[in-house]
Design a protein around this ligand. Structure first.
Ligand SMILES: Nc1nc2c(ncn2[C@@H]2O[C@H](COP(=O)(O)OP(=O)(O)OP(=O)(O)O)[C@@H](O)[C@H]2O)c(=O)[nH]1
Ligand SMILES: Nc1nc2c(ncn2[C@@H]2O[C@H](COP(=O)(O)OP(=O)(O)OP(=O)(O)O)[C@@H](O)[C@H]2O)c(=O)[nH]1
Ligand SMILES: [Mg+2]
Ligand SMILES: [Mg+2]
Lengths: 292, 280
């Protein structure tokens, strides 16, 4: 990982005596390489290395027994600081139901996440309703119906011929009249560049005014994470992000990109296909992962 | 990016940045730009447009398969078997629907095997694609053995005279050794049923995936041996540059690209078009 690379870099440099600015540049190049290989986006890497340059040039590194380790420590600390968030819980409504809207690209894990959130709430004694508004994907409604059965919560659908905004509004009325405390709205995967589909999610948002809108992002996402996050946050009021498939071995640099570019908190981590595979987000863990 | 410009240091930096932002990876991007520099020098290239064309042809050459066509080729006797694999949510099931349709348009008889017996409504999803593509389908109960589905599908294909059997498998992260062993077992079943390796084992990659795609290609390749890659979701803003690393390191040809959610949104891979789009 970065530790070993920096140790090697500094070993070569230290043998010449005092560290120079050029030496630190060599170290920062290693940092840049590690972050790019971890899928952190190009511009974010540039900003990040500039931000830590001053510390890297400081006394702590110059005087350190192991300057390589000192630079790693600076990088790690800065990563955790950037990845950490000020708000990690889910919003709740003053008068129920609380409305949660899930959005994101195709295949990012929204339907599975809907099931995971529902299961979490049900276990705490809540009464979540799973709502199917994906009128496009073959068997999407059936998929969420099976998910609802598997986690043991009520399910709401109105087929695939009506507008998602209309289905969502009807679901909220249904939740109210049945005293269900949370409505979790699953939506179709969509491209941030598909104007019609972005209009659709905006319409759903306007129809029900969610208390919590979550962007569901695949942790395997590469450089495109910045585009996706920027466009979705620009279209609907995204409150937080969920990163999925963290049980894989992707370094997860998309997490840093999205934090740096949108400032939205990462609230949850999807860590498996089963409905209990949901964790609150731990910035230190993903920081270590990004460092490699 | 170029329009009438002269070649300078800044231009090489810009090209490297473009490659990195296309998910080519920092190491390979640096390598390609270094190679471009040497070539530009030896060809005395001073015009930016000419440099960009040189880079395009360099990328296209890297991506070009050694064999003529990128498309899948049937085996000596029917049924030919195509096994579709990959991590979760990349577009395998949708790609199978599109491939079935493509083969049907070529007059082939196609049978789909619903061997994702795990994920909610996976079988129902494939069933709909089978109907849309006018292909046969073999399916068992949810939770049944994927190998058994594959076996029955191949037997049914023999009985019905199908040209191709396309096997849909559950998405699985390559880090899950139990699931990778399950996939190897499905492939062994195919071998037993036909007496030969599947004609094609295609890895479906999501165009938005970053450097992890290299790991996917490596581990799936070690487990079942890949004969090709399909890049799905190229209709977004992601460039899918990861295929350069995959082709360079593992030599696996890129066969098709997915450009949408409709049944016609699949095209045979074109190195020139891909290289062109990379520099847009
Ligand atoms: N390993 C792993 N797989 C996951 C995780 N979350 C979702 N998946 C899998 O990823 C695939 C896609 O999940 P879905 O929930 O269908 O994704 P989606 O965003 O609803 O997809 P669309 O509705 O088509 O946009 C499925 O195979 C899921 O089982 C996770 O945290 N880990
Ligand atoms: N925009 C776009 N979406 C695609 C493309 N290919 C697949 N999709 C969408 O991606 C999502 C996932 O597709 P699936 O075919 O279910 O993916 P999968 O790999 O079979 O998923 P699992 O079986 O859960 O691992 C669906 O919403 C598809 O419509 C493509 O080329 N472009
Ligand atoms: Mg879904
Ligand atoms: Mg599938």
């Amino acid at each position: 990982g970065l530790s070993e690379k920096l140790s090697a870099t500094f070993k070569k440099l230290r043998s010449r005596g005092r560290l120079t600015e050029a030496d630190i540049s060599a170290a920062l190049r290693e940092v840049r390489m590690a972050l790019l290989e971890a899928d952190v986006s190009f511009q974010v890497v540039k900003d990040f290395t500039n931000a830590i340059k001053e510390q890297a040039l400081g006394e702590e590194v110059a005087k350190a027994l192991s300057p390589g380790q000192q630079v790693v420590k600076i990088v790690h600390t800065e990563l955790v600081r950037l990845l950490g968030s000020d708000a990690t819980g889910l919003a709740t409504a003053e008068t129920p139901p609380t409305i949660i809207l899930l959005a994101g690209l195709q295949g990012s894990g929204k339907t599975t996440m809907a099931g995971k959130l529902a299961r979490m709430m049900a276990k705490r004694g809540g009464t979540p309703l799973l709502v199917a508004t994906d009128t496009r994907r073959p068997a999407a409604i059936r998929q969420l119906e099976v998910v609802a059965e598997q986690v043991g919560v009520p399910f709401f659908q109105m087929g695939d011929q009506l507008e998602p905004a209309r289905i969502a509004a009807a679901a909220v009325s249904h939740a109210r009249s049945h005293n269900l405390d949370t409505v979790i709205i699953d939506t179709a995967g969509r491209l941030h560049t598909d104007a019609e589909m972005m209009d659709e999610i905006r319409a759903v948002h306007q129809a029900v005014s969610p208390h919590e809108t979550l962007l569901v992002l695949d942790s395997l996402t590469g450089q495109d994470a910045v585009n996706v996050a920027t466009e979705f946050c620009g279209t609907v009021d995204v409150d937080g992000v969920v990163l999925t498939k963290l049980d894989g071995d992707a370094r997860g640099g998309a997490a840093l990109s999205l934090r740096a570019v949108t400032g939205k908190p990462i609230k949850f981590a999807g860590v498996g296909e089963k409905f209990d595979a949901l964790e609150t987000f731990h910035p230190e863990r993903i920081a270590s992962r990004i460092l490699g | 990016l170029t329009g009438g410009r002269q070649v300078d240091e800044g231009l090489f930096d810009e090209l490297e940045e473009l490659l990195i932002e296309a998910d080519v990876g920092p190491g390979l991007a640096a390598e390609l730009v270094a190679e471009l520099r040497r070539e530009a020098e030896s060809q005395h290239i001073t015009d930016a447009d000419a440099l960009r064309d040189l880079m395009r042809s360099q990328v296209a050459t890297l991506l070009r398969a050694e064999t003529g066509t990128p498309e899948i080729v049937p085996g000596p006797t029917p049924p030919s078997v195509l096994l579709v694999v990959g991590v979760n949510g990349t577009g395998k099931t949708t790609t199978i629907g599109k491939l079935a349709h493509l083969l049907r348009k070529q007059g082939r008889r196609v049978l789909l095997a619903a061997a994702d017996t795990f994920r909610a409504a996976a079988i129902d999803q494939l069933q709909i694609w089978a109907e849309r593509a006018r292909a046969d389908i073999v399916r068992h109960q949810e939770g049944s053995d994927p190998g058994a589905v594959a076996f029955d599908a191949i037997e049914a294909a023999k009985a019905r005279g199908a040209d191709w059997v396309i096997i849909d498998t559950a998405g699985r992260l390559h880090t899950k050794s139990g699931l990778m062993r399950e996939l190897e077992k499905v492939q062994r079943v195919c071998r037993r049923a036909t007496g030969r390796d599947p004609e094609e084992v295609l890895l479906v990659l999501d165009a938005t995936t970053g450097q992890n795609a290299l790991r996917q290609a490596e581990v799936f390749g070690e487990a079942v041996g890949l004969t090709g890659v399909v890049v799905a979701k190229l209709d977004g803003t992601a460039k899918g540059g990861i295929v350069l690393g995959i082709k360079k390191r593992f030599g696996i040809p890129i066969r098709y690209v997915g450009t949408g959610e409709g049944i016609d949104d699949l095209a045979p891979f074109s190195p020139e078009e891909f290289a062109h789009a990379l520099f847009e």
